[in-house]
Design a protein around this ligand. Sequence first.
Ligand code: HEM
Ligand code: HEM
Length: 215
Amino acid sequence: MSIPANPSTPFFKEPKPLSIRLWHWFTFLFFTASITTVIFGSTLFKTKNNISMVQEQVQSKGGSVTPDQARKVAHEFSDKLWMLHKYLGYALCFLLLWRIIAEISLSKEKKLLTRIRFAASFPVKGPEQKHNLFVQYGYIIFYFLFLLMALTGLVLAFEDITWLDPIHKLSKNIHSYVQYGLYSYAILHIIGVIRADIGSYGGIVSRMINGKSSV
Ligand code: HEM
Ligand code: HEM
């Protein structure tokens, strides 16, 4: 494998292309919205937790419903929320596709793959190189987890397609476990960029906004 062009600026100080900046903040937005639906869906709107509430409300107005009827009503609200989660999921799938197309169309030195190859292409010496390698591997892990979430999410979303039935249960399990990997990544990533901005890589967050290199 040939060693790629040495990016001309020091680690984390290179200008950020518009396509990546827009992609990043849309991903942040939709990811946050998606997690919000998960939090509401597993707490306030959880069907089980609302059955007695529905029964009480109907009784307070002089009516009566069986637990089964109350479950149906409570389920309808949670269903609406998961529908929203599904639509946000489609947007996230589109964003993943956008990132793949951007990767293909970016100039060689701006490609993530180039950065990863560059970070891994020589014996890691100083702490700065080690840190750079760690961050680039972090991106590989993130994109892998994102791909898993998108694919398993699509299997869950297209539950009417019968040939997907054999992998429905597996997809559900993967989808519900991999979420924790993504949450962990997001937390570590945000702590990481804040530390970098305060420390030796001042302006790193602004670069993700204005795209300008600081060197
Ligand atoms: C940011 C990434 C995502 C997170 C954190 C996330 C999280 C979750 C969680 C926790 C569940 C409940 C799983 C369970 O039953 O235990 C779920 C269900 C689901 N997700 Fe996602 N998801 C994400 C992305 C996606 C994507 C990209 C799609 C694609 C369309 C999607 C579609 C679905 C569908 C259809 C369900 C089933 C909803 C139902 O039960 O009716 N998700 N998701
Ligand atoms: C307040 C929240 C956030 C801030 C301030 C932030 C900031 C940044 C910055 C400054 C970079 C560039 C780092 C570098 O030069 O290597 C970056 C890259 C990245 N961020 Fe964030 N981020 C945030 C939230 C998120 C979230 C929630 C996700 C996804 C769940 C995410 C995913 C990524 C990815 C994948 C990259 C690498 C982009 C690429 O070059 O392919 N970020 N972020």
